[in-house]
Write a protein that binds this ligand. Sequence first.
Ligand SMILES: NC(=O)C1=CN([C@@H]2O[C@H](COP(=O)(O)OP(=O)(O)OC[C@H]3O[C@@H](n4cnc5c(N)ncnc54)[C@H](OP(=O)(O)O)[C@@H]3O)[C@@H](O)[C@H]2O)C=CC1
Ligand SMILES: CC(C)(CO)C(=O)C(=O)O
Length: 290
Amino acid sequence: MKRIAIVGPGAVGGVVAGWLAHTGRHEVILCSRRPLPELVVELSDRRLTSRPLVFTDPAQATPVDWILVTTKAYDVPGAALWIKNLGPSGAPVAVLQNGVEHRERFAPYLSADRIVPVVVDCPAERVSPTHIRQRGPAKMAVSDDLLGQDFAALFANTAVDVTLTADFKTAVWRKLCLNTAGVISALIMKPSGVMHDAQLGELSLALVRECIVVGRAEGAVLPDDLAEAVLQNYRNAPPDSVNSLHGDRIAGRPTELDARNGAVVRFGRKHGIPTPCNQMAVALLAAMSS
Ligand SMILES: NC(=O)C1=CN([C@@H]2O[C@H](COP(=O)(O)OP(=O)(O)OC[C@H]3O[C@@H](n4cnc5c(N)ncnc54)[C@H](OP(=O)(O)O)[C@@H]3O)[C@@H](O)[C@H]2O)C=CC1
Ligand SMILES: CC(C)(CO)C(=O)C(=O)O
C-alpha cells in the first residue's frame, strides 16, 4: 500500500487517481483547489467512481510516499507549494505533463534526484471538476531506472499501461510530435475531426516534420514516417475529441503553448533549425490569447 498524492486532479490527474483508487491497494489523496465530493472517470464501457480524501490547501497536506503532479505546465509554481508538506522527507515527484522540459520546470523547487518525468498518452477531457471522460487507453512512459520502476509498480493490475524505456528522450519528443499538430484545433477552435481536411492535414504534417528535425538534433530517434502516423492518429480519434491545448482555450484558461509548439521553436533556434510553421502557430495563438 502506498500513500499517493495527485496534485491537480483535472483530466489526466482524474484518470490516474480513478485507476489508482480502483485498485483498492493505495490511499489516494487529491490536492485540489476546490472540494471534490467524488471522482467519476467515464470510459466507453464503464465508470470508475471513487471518493478519495481531498486537501484544498497545501497547509493541510501530510506526508505521502509519492507525489504525482498533473497540473498544466503553467501551473507548476502553484503545484510546487504542495510539495513541502507532502514530501518533507524527499518523496519522489512524478511530473505527468506534456512538453520536453519536465525537469527544467521543477528544477527551481526540487533536487533533481526526486523528479520523475512522465510521458502521458491518454486522451481525457474534464466534463466537470468531478467528472472526467477518458477517451482512449491510458499509456505512460518513464525512464527504466529505480524510481521509474517504483512508479510503474503503483499501476500494477490497472488498465494504465506504464512502459519503462531506456530512451526517455525519444519517448518525450515523440509525444511532442503528436502534440505539435494539436495546435491546429486550438487555433481554429474545432475538435480533432478537422484533421480530415486535406489542407489542414498537410499543415499538420509540416508542423510535425519540423518537430522531428528538432527532436533528432536533441538526440531523439524519430522515424521518417512519424508525421504521417501522427496525422493518422488524429484522424482515427473520435471527431469530437478536444486536445488539452484546445480545451484550455475553450475554458478561457492560459495555454501550454510555450511548453509545446514554443518548445519546438526554442529548441530549433538552439540548433539553428528553422521552424516557420510552429513559429507562425505560436505567434497566432499568442496573439489570439492576449
Ligand atoms: N487531457 C489530456 O488528454 C492530456 C493531457 N496531458 C498533459 O497532462 C497535463 C495535465 O493536463 P490536463 O489533465 O488536461 O489538465 P487539466 O486542466 O484538466 O487539469 C489540471 C488541474 O490542475 C489543477 N490545478 C492547477 N493549479 C493547481 C494548484 N496550485 N493546486 C491544485 N490543483 C491545481 C486545476 O484546477 P482548477 O480546476 O482549479 O483549474 C485542474 O484541475 C498537461 O501537461 C497536459 O498537456 C497529457 C496527455 C493527455
Ligand atoms: C493529444 C493528447 C490527447 C494525447 O494524449 C494530448 O496529449 C493532449 O490532449 O494534450
